[in-house]
Write a protein that binds this ligand. Structure first.
Ligand code: ARG
Ligand code: ZN
Length: 876
C-alpha cells in the first residue's frame, strides 16, 4: 500500500512524555513503555488511539495503572488500538512487549550483534520495540531505564544525560538516562554490552565541557583516535561556520560490526558501522580516513539539522539529509582541498545519482508518495538534496545564506517541519522569491542544458544561447522550466579572464548567470576578442551540459581556469569523446586511437607542479566504465566499453611512460605516514602513475614490488588491485592475494577489502571466483558489510563480470537477492538497485537481465522493500 504526502494530518493525541524500561535478555527482552498522552484540542472526543507495531505481540496494557479490559483494545502484530480514552485529561498507558533481539536479522529495532545489544530505529524501527506513534512529528522527552546482566553488559547506554545506576540483584545492574530534548522515536537508541572506550572532552563556545566517548571492541581503542579527532574538529567547525553549539553533557559514538547503513545520528548516542570509525595506517586507506571524517561530521551535524529541527513526515527526508550532506561537504572542503573535494563529489553524483535520476527509480528530492520509506534513502534525497541546498547558497550568496540558516535555526528549533518551511526562511532572509527555484525539490530528472555561443567582433558582444529540457520521469511526463544558476566565465586567448561591461537579457550576479526560461540568450557586452567560455564552473548546478567546444578551447580552460574544478572538467570533456569512440571501435573491431590534444593536456596536468598532487591524480583517473555507459546512452556492450577504455589507458600509458616513471619516484616519501590530505594526494598521484606504468609494462613485477614495499593500506590495496585486476592469473597476483589474506585474516574490515578487490576483477571468470569465496568459512551471510563487499561490489562495480553475456551474473544476483531478503530486506533492496540501468544494455544482456528480475518478481514471499524496487525497475 502506498503512502501519499497529501494524506498527511497531525495525530489525534499529543505525546507528553516517554518512560521506557528494558529488561535485557538475548531472546526475551521485556520492554515496558509508559506513555503520557492527551487528546489534541479540536479532535473527535471519541477517536481511538492507534499505535504502530511491527512484528509485536502485546503482553500487558494498563491505563493509568489499571488493566485495560479486553473489549477496550485490540492488538495485532502491526497495531494497538485503544478506545474510550479520556476526552480532555492526560492519561498514562503502560504497554509491555517481549521481543527477541537475537532473532532480529533485519537489523531494525533492537538487535544483538557480536554480544552487543544495539538499536536502529530510523525510519520505522521503533515500532519493532513497542507500540508507539512511530512518526517523526511526535516529539517527547524520554527517560530510559536499562536492566541487564552486569558481567556481560557492563555498559548500559541511551540518549541524553546519565541519571544514575546501581546494582539490581541476581547479577544484574541498571542505568537510567534522561534526554530533555523532545525527540521523535526514530532518534531513540540503546546500546548495552562490553566495549572498550576512548575518552576526550570538548569545551563549547559558551565554555561548557562536554564528555566525548567512542566505544569500540576491546583492543581496538587506538583505532578510534582519528574518529575522535574528526569529532572535535566537527564540533568546532559547526560553532564557527554555523554558530551551532552542542547541547548535552555527553556525546557518545558506538561502533558496531553488523549495521545496515553507514551510521545513525541518534540524539547524543550515534551508532556507527565500525567501517566508519576504525582506522590506522595498517588497515585504513586514505579513502577510509576521508569517509570517517565526513561521516563523523555528518552524524554530528545532524544534532541541529535533523534532531533539534526534524522532519514533519518522511517525505521531508531531504530536509535533514540534503542539508546535512551539504554541511558535511562544506566541512570536508574546509578541512581538505576545496576543488579536489568538489571533483570527488561530482564524480560520485554523476556515477550514482545521475543514473538513478534517468532510470526507473527516478523520484523528486522531495517525493510525494512511497511504498517503502527505506527505499527513499537514496542518492537523490542525499546528494541531489545537497546540491539543491548548495544552489540556494549560490543564489543568495554567503551572507544571505547564513542569514537564512540563522533564521531557520531560530524559527524552527524544537519543531518537525517541511521543505516549504525551510525555503521560506531563505525567502524571508533575502527577499528573493524562490517559487521557481523550489521546482528542484519537486521535479525529478537531470535537466539537460544545451548551450552555444556566438561572438560578434564588430559589436564586441558574446551571445550565449541556452536551452533547458527536463526529461520525463516516472509519474512526471511534463516539466516546467527551472531556475538554473550557472557560474560562468569568459577567457581571452592568452588565458586572461575577460570581464564584460554589462550583460543583457539574463541576470548575472558575480559570476552566476541565471537561466530561468526554457530558452534564453544572454548577451555579454564589451568583449574585446573571441572568448573561451567556461560554463557551470565548480558544478554550480547538477545538470547535463551539451556544449561543443574545440579541443583547443578545452585545453585552454584546462590550463588557465582559476576554478580548478572547471580545469578538471575540461580534461574530462577532452577525454570523454575518445573513450566513447573507443567503445564503438572496440565493438566494431576497429583499431583504437586517441587525440593527441587530450593526451598532451592530460600529461601536462600530471606534470604541472603548481597543481596539488591530489588534483593531478583526479585528472589521471579516466571516467569509469559506468560513466562511459551512461554517456553512450543505450544498446551498451560492457565488454566493448571495457576494451575501449583499456586501449585508451594503454595509449596514455605509452605516451606518458617517462612522466609516470618520474612521478612514481618523485611522489615517494620517507616521511612517517600521515593521513592528512596533502600526503594522501601524493599517494594518490603515485598510485595513479603506478597504474599507468603497469599498463605499459604489461607485466606484474613493478606492482608486486610496490605491494611488497607498501607500509600503509592505501599503497598496499592499490598495488593489490593492479595485480588482481590487470594480471589476475599471474603468480604475483596469486601470491599477493594469499599474502594479504593471511596477514589480515583476523580483521573483518580488511578482509572486506580483499573480497571487494576480487569481486571487481573484470571479466567473465569472476563469477566463479565469487561463488568459490562464498563457500569458504570467511563468508558471513548475516554481515551486511561482507555482503556488500562481495555481492554489492560485483553488481555495482564490475560491468564486465556482472554483465557477462550469458546472463549468469544477473541470475546469480537474483538468487542472492531472494536469499538475503529472507533475513534482511533493506540490504536486499539496496543491492538490487544495482539493476536500475538494465535497459541501457544491448538486447541479449537486457533480455537476461529482465528474466532475472522477473525471477525475483515471481517469488512467493518478497519483502515490501524488494517488491517495491523490482516492480519499479521492471515497469515500462
Ligand atoms: N539518518 C542516517 C544518516 O544519514 C541514515 C539512516 C538510514 N536509514 C535507513 N532506513 N536506510 O546519517
Ligand atoms: Zn544523514
Amino acid at each position: 500500500q502506498i503512502v501519499h504526502l497529501a494524506d498527511y494530518r497531525p495525530t489525534d493525541f499529543v505525546l507528553e512524555r516517554v518512560d521506557l524500561t528494558f529488561d535485557l535478555h538475548p531472546t526475551e527482552t521485556k520492554v515496558e513503555a509508559r506513555l503520557i498522552f492527551h487528546r489534541r484540542e479540536g479532535t473527535d472526543p471519541k477517536a481511538p488511539l492507534v499505535l504502530d507495531g511491527d512484528d509485536l505481540s502485546l503482553s500487558g496494557l494498563l491505563l493509568d495503572q489499571v488493566d485495560v479490559p479486553a473489549g477496550q483494545f485490540e492488538a495485532t502484530a502491526e497495531s494497538l488500538t485503544v478506545r474510550d480514552l479520556p476526552e480532555s485529561t492526560p492519561f498514562e498507558l503502560t504497554i509491555t512487549t517481549i521481543i527477541n533481539p537475537e532473532a532480529n536479522t533485519q537489523l531494525m529495532g533492537l538487535y544483538r550483534s557480536g554480544g552487543i545489544y544495539c538499536t536502529q530505529c530510523e525510519a520505522e524501527g521503533f515500532r519493532r520495540i513497542t507500540y508507539f506513534p512511530d512518526r517523526p512529528d511526535v516529539l517527547a522527552p524520554y527517560t530510559v531505564n536499562i536492566i541487564a546482566d552486569k558481567a556481560a553488559n557492563p555498559l548500559l547506554l541511551s540518549n541524553g544525560n546519565f541519571l544514575g545506576g546501581a546494582g539490581y540483584g541476581e547479577g544484574k545492574h541498571f542505568a537510567a538516562w534522561f534526554d530533555p530534548h523532545p525527540k521523535p522515536s526514530y532518534l531513540f537508541a540503546l546500546v548495552a554490552g562490553d566495549l572498550g572506550v576512548v575518552e576526550d572532552t570538548f569545551v563549547t563556545m559558551s565554555d561548557r565541557e562536554v564528555a566525548l566517548k567512542i566505544y569500540v571492541e576491546h583492543g581496538k581503542e587506538p583505532r578510534a583516535a582519528y574518529a575522535m579527532d574528526a569529532l572535535k574538529r566537527s564540533m568546532k567547525w559547526d560553532e564557527e561556520r554555523f554558530g551551532r553549539e552542542y547541547d548535552l553533557d555527553i556525546f557518545m559514538i558506538v561502533a558496531v560490526s553488523d549495521f545496515n547503513m553507514g551510521a545513525m545520528e541518534n540524539k547524543g548516542l550515534n551508532v556507527f558501522n565500525d567501517k566508519y570509525v576504525l582506522a590506522d595506517p595498517e588497515i585504513a586507506t586514505d579513502a577510509d580516513y576521508a569517509n570517517i571524517e565526513a561521516i563523523i561530521a555528518h552524524e554530528y551535524f545532524h544534532n541541529w539539522t535533523g534532531n533539534r529541527i526534524t522532519c514533519r513526515d518522511w517525505f521531508q527526508l531531504c530536509l535533514k539529509e540534503g542539508l546535512t550532506v551539504y554541511r558535511d561537504h562544506e566541512f570536508s572542503a574546509d578541512q581538505r582541498s576545496r576543488p579536489v573535494k568538489r571533483i570527488a563529489e561530482v564524480r560520485h553524483l554523476k556515477s550514482e545519482q545521475f543514473p538513478e535520476d534517468s532510470g526507473p527509480l527516478a523520484h523528486p528530492v522531495r517525493p510525494t508518495k512511497y511504498r517503502e520509506i527505506n527505499n527513499f534513502y537514496t542518492t537523490t534525497v542525499y546528494e541531489k538534496g545537497s546540491e539543491v541546498t548548495r544552489m540556494i547558497a549560490t543564489l543568495l550568496g554567503r551572507d544571505l545564506f547564513k542569514k537564512g540558516m540563522d533564521l531557520y535555526f531560530d524559527r524552527h528549533d524544537g519543531q518537525a517541519v517541511t521543505i516549504e518551511d525551510f525555503i521560506k526562511c531563505f525567502e524571508d532572509a533575502s527577499g528573493r522569491d524562490l517559487t521557481q527555484f523550489s521546482l528542484w525539490y519537486h521535479q525529478a530528472g537531470t535537466p539537460l542544458v544545451t548551450a552555444s555561443g556566438t561572438y560578434d567582433a564588430a559589436a564586441k558582444t558574446f551571445a550565449l544561447s541556452l536551452e533547458q529540457m527536463v526529461p520525463a520521469t516516472p509519474g512526471q511526463a511534463t516539466k516546467e522550466p527551472m531556475h538554473i544558476p550557472l557560474r560562468t566565465a569568459l577567457f581571452a586567448a592568452d588565458g586572461a579572464l575577460l570581464t564584460p561591461t554589462s550583460v543583457t537579457d539574463a541576470e548575472l550576479t558575480d559570476d552566476v548567470l541565471h537561466l530561468t526560461a526554457r530558452t534564453q540568450t544572454a548577451v555579454f557586452h564589451g568583449i574585446p576578442s573571441r572568448p573561451v567560455l567556461s560554463l557551470n564552473r565548480s558544478f554550480s548546478t547538477p545538470i547535463n551540459l551539451q556544449l561543443s567546444q574545440s579541443a583547443k578551447d578545452l585545453a585552454l580552460i584546462a590550463r588557465y581556469e582559476t576554478d580548478h574544478f572547471a580545469r578538471w572538467q575540461a580534461l574530462i570533456d577532452l577525454g570523454l569523446p575518445n573513450l566513447l569512440q573507443a567503445a564503438r571501435d572496440a565493438r566494431q573491431g576497429n583499431p583504437i586511437t586517441c587525440d593527441a590534444a587530450f593526451v598532451d593536456a592530460l600529461l601536462a596536468a600530471a606534470n604541472d607542479e603548481s597543481l596539488e598532487p591530489a588534483f593531478r591524480a583526479q585528472a589521471l583517473a579516466l571516467p569509469s566504465e559506468a560513466d562511459i555507459a551512461r554517456e553512450l546512452g543505450g544498446n551498451n556492450d560492457p565488454d566493448a566499453i571495457h576494451a575501449g577504455r583499456q586501449a585508451i589507458l594503454a595509449l596514455v600509458a605509452e605516451a606518458g611512460r617517462s612522466v609516470f616513471a618520474a612521478l612514481y619516484d618523485n611522489m615517494q616519501t620517507s616521511d612517517p605516514f600521515s593521513p592528512d590530505a596533502a600526503s594522501a594526494g601524493r599517494r594518490a598521484l603515485r598510485n595513479a602513475a603506478l597504474t599507468y606504468l603497469s599498463q605499459s609494462d604489461n607485466a606484474p613485477a613493478r606492482a608486486k614490488a610496490a605491494f611488497d614495499a607498501a607500509n600503509n593500506m592505501t599503497d598496499l590495496s592499490a598495488a593489490l588491485t593492479i595485480l588482481a585486476h590487470r594480471f589476475p592469473e599471474s603468480a604475483e597476483a596469486k601470491a599477493a592475494l594469499q599474502g594479504f589474506h593471511d596477514r589480515f585474516a583476523e580483521n573483518a574490515l580488511v578482509i572486506d577489502k580483499w573480497l571487494a578487490i576480487q569481486a571487481a576483477i573484470p571479466g567473465a571468470a569472476t563469477l566463479e571466483r565469487i561463488q568459490g569465496l562464498m563457500e569458504t568459512p570467511l563468508f558471513k551471510r548475516t554481515n551486511p558489510n561482507r555482503m556488500r563487499a562481495l555481492v554489492g561490489t560485483f553488481a555495482f562495480a564490475n560491468p564486465t563480470g556482472f554483465g557477462r553475456a550469458d546472463g549468469a551474473g544477473y541470475r546469480f544476483l537474483a538468487e542472492q537477492i531472494l536469499d538475503i531478503d529472507q533475513r534482511n530486506p533493506q540490504l536486499a533492496a539496496r543491492i538490487l538497485t544495482s539493476m536500475r540501468s538494465w535497459r541501457l544494455l544491448e538486447l541479449v544482456r537486457a533480455d537476461h537481465a529482465r528474466s532475472a528480475l522477473m525471477q525475483i518478481e515471481r517469488a512467493g514471499s518478497l519483502s515490501t522493500d524488494v517488491r517495491d524496487i523490482v516492480d519499479r525497475i521492471l515497469k515500462e
